[in-house]
Design a protein around this ligand. Sequence first.
Ligand SMILES: Nc1nc2c(c(=O)[nH]1)N[C@H]1C(S)=C(S)[C@@H](COP(=O)(O)OP(=O)(O)OC[C@H]3O[C@@H](n4cnc5c(=O)[nH]c(N)nc54)[C@H](O)[C@@H]3O)O[C@H]1N2
Ligand SMILES: Nc1nc2c(c(=O)[nH]1)N[C@H]1C(S)=C(S)[C@@H](COP(=O)(O)OP(=O)(O)OC[C@H]3O[C@@H](n4cnc5c(=O)[nH]c(N)nc54)[C@H](O)[C@@H]3O)O[C@H]1N2
Ligand SMILES: [Mo]
Length: 750
Amino acid sequence: MSDARKSRTRITTSHWGAFEVDVEGGRIVATRPFAADPHPTSIPDAIPAAVHHRARVARPSIRRGWLEGRRHEGRGRDDFLSLPWDEALDIAAAEIARVRRDHGNGAIFGGSYGWGSAGRFHHAQSQVHRFLNAVGGYVASFGSYSTGCAQAIMPHVFGVNFLKLLYEHQDSWPVIHEHTETLVMFGGINPKNAQVSMGGITRHETADWFDRFAAKGMTCVNIGPQQGDAPKGCDWLPLRPGSDTALMLALAYVLESEGLTDHAFLDRYTVGFGRFRPYLMGDADGQPKSPNWAAPLCGVDADAIRALARRMAATRTLITVAWSLQRAEHGEQPYWMSAVLAAMLGQIGLPGGGVGYGYGAIGGVGHALRRLSGMTLPQLDNPVKTMIPVARIGDMLRHPGAPYDFNGRRETYPDIRLIYWAGGNPYHHHQDLNALHEAWQRPETIIVNEPWWTATAKRADIVFPATTPYEREDIGRAPLDDYLFHMPRLVPPVGEALDDYAIFTGLAERLDAGERFTEGRSAGDWIAQLYGDFRDRAAEAGVAVPDLDGLRAANWVRLPIRAEGPNRTLFAPFREDPDAAPLGTPSGRIEIFSEKIDGFGYGDCPGHPVWLPPSEWLGAAGPEAPLHLVSPQPGDKLHSQLEVALADSPGARPATLLLHPDDARTRGIVAGDLLRVANGRGACRARACVTEAILPGVVALPTGAWYGDPGVNIDPDGNPNVLTRDIGTSRLGQGCSAHSALVEVTRMEG
Ligand SMILES: Nc1nc2c(c(=O)[nH]1)N[C@H]1C(S)=C(S)[C@@H](COP(=O)(O)OP(=O)(O)OC[C@H]3O[C@@H](n4cnc5c(=O)[nH]c(N)nc54)[C@H](O)[C@@H]3O)O[C@H]1N2
Ligand SMILES: Nc1nc2c(c(=O)[nH]1)N[C@H]1C(S)=C(S)[C@@H](COP(=O)(O)OP(=O)(O)OC[C@H]3O[C@@H](n4cnc5c(=O)[nH]c(N)nc54)[C@H](O)[C@@H]3O)O[C@H]1N2
Ligand SMILES: [Mo]
């Protein structure tokens, strides 16, 4: 291996799984699938081009207007000056010190949401949080764009932390395979999304499970606007987006009116059915929530609703709910109502029955692994106690000092002067980006660590070039995976990029917090320390892993932590004995009516699940915006990552929008046409794909295209977040409402 040009193959891992990498002359030249992965994803194909792309941030860069004192204007338009690292770090450290002195650490926003690298030490969010804590703290954020609303509502219903329920307790695939007869999937279960899992998923097995379900003759029903949300062979019940709660109510109505409700279960394991029933049957408001009532709301035939309800009562039925349903206005309601419906069926706690969330949303859900603690960089304590719900950043910037509600509390938005972001891309993930761009001019300073000139980096004042995972050593250990990886440094840093750790060390030293941040350790020392701790804890759990040199030599090992055989049934101990194993709700039971939520007095989330029409959905569509836009996750990448390379292929941009032949015909659109997708908030371009696999009236445009330059009246590459609405799901959850948006689509001339 003396010849530097000789190619060398190593394996690394990522959020989308492991892959082989060929390196030649200090460059990544090719990637190949990891041999043990039955269904490897093609996402890594874009890595060689992305890592060495001309859009890498080459040097520390500072916005000219900011340097010249024009702090509140020109973000996203000004050019940048390149500076040597020392000077740029001096300037950034002095600015952080100034904001701390003049306004306090409560004026620094470090929520820094995002899916940066999968490695455990160089995890950008942990790095930025530790750094900001080392210098006195920051305003943090609660929850995620993925499941923020569910994380707020579900503890009231089931009395358990939602993420723990998902990752540690839900029925596993083998249990579903063995016991479930009817799988009712609201929002589908899509192997496309299961390509990805936080920290990695090594064996992509979701599609195989569906093959096995089909071989067994299981009935799998995909309920939602797109047939492609579930594997081929599943039944499709097309449904208008945002109307799931109405359908679930109608299913519940059939159970109750046909004597199919399991009242013994409700009596023993739930509270509040008596408060809910008058609403369901129409005694409270004169409107029975019958199939005839729901049919026009959902676009589903009333007889089909009756037939489904009867089948659900007659067979072992698992209701699954995609996370997308709670990424919508009133997203609390379908989540709560799915639990009520499952309780009425009386199968909660039985193997393969009841309800589960997010199967297929990420690849790790449904894997049953023995618990083995992970590897995390300690983040130190945050002296600043202010936190916002993560998706309320736009409101926070627009309304400093304004009150808002969140899950029973009255809070106040902080007055943010400085934003620090590392490992996320708000100009990919946030809703109503044109409005965010306005709000983003308010802080005095925005600092971003980024490998690429993303839309967020372009809208920062100080940009520090960060390495990618391929340019540094790390350990890959995902919580929902049974593999352990040494992630070797494959190539030298591109340009002048530094690791986030080195950037924060440089800043911390200038702010007299160097020792606090580093504890005297180099990156290599930290990896050895964190890995050693992990290895000790694994040994205590009876899992032997190699020492660090051994792992380096092996590159990867499989951990013997897969649970054997069918196992893991959600709420089985509770079903066994609800007095001995009560839930963590105030009543100890599943709460169909919640006194606590009722006491909040929220009209947009009352004391039991209700049908609340969203303000934007097909039931409220007008001539200006007659189509419902859903904006799912992209199949060819993770969010906005690697877009930089994908967008280079001819014809790849703008992004593809799916629409039904009826909607295409009335607009004179044919496949391949260039489209304008627009509403009152913005407009973007898209390329037409005409398909019967989407409900008429609905269009789908995936996320992931980079947001264009401000000042252009149409986003060129097709970022759906110029169209989405920036409102909380409700005063309770305050989650992101990305899937509730109406638009119009027209053919672009020329
Ligand atoms: N319309 C609509 N919008 C949505 C959604 C939707 O369904 N519809 N879904 C939402 C959801 S669930 C999510 S999770 C979000 C995702 O949104 P994000 O997580 O913000 O998206 P990513 O593109 O993964 O952003 C990660 C960024 O980190 C950078 N990065 C990678 N590695 C490193 C590193 O080591 N160091 C540093 N400093 N940076 C690094 C990448 O270049 C990239 O810019 O989007 C949300 N937005
Ligand atoms: N390849 C790839 N996989 C990913 C990601 C990625 O970026 N790329 N991101 C990952 C992340 S961070 C997350 S959080 C998960 C998200 O996982 P999910 O939230 O489950 O995924 P989405 O893609 O937002 O939506 C899934 C489908 O829900 C349907 N849908 C939308 N609104 C409604 C509705 O009101 N009712 C019903 N019944 N259906 C509706 C849409 O047709 C959409 O295709 O995906 C993860 N997986
Ligand atoms: Mo997510």
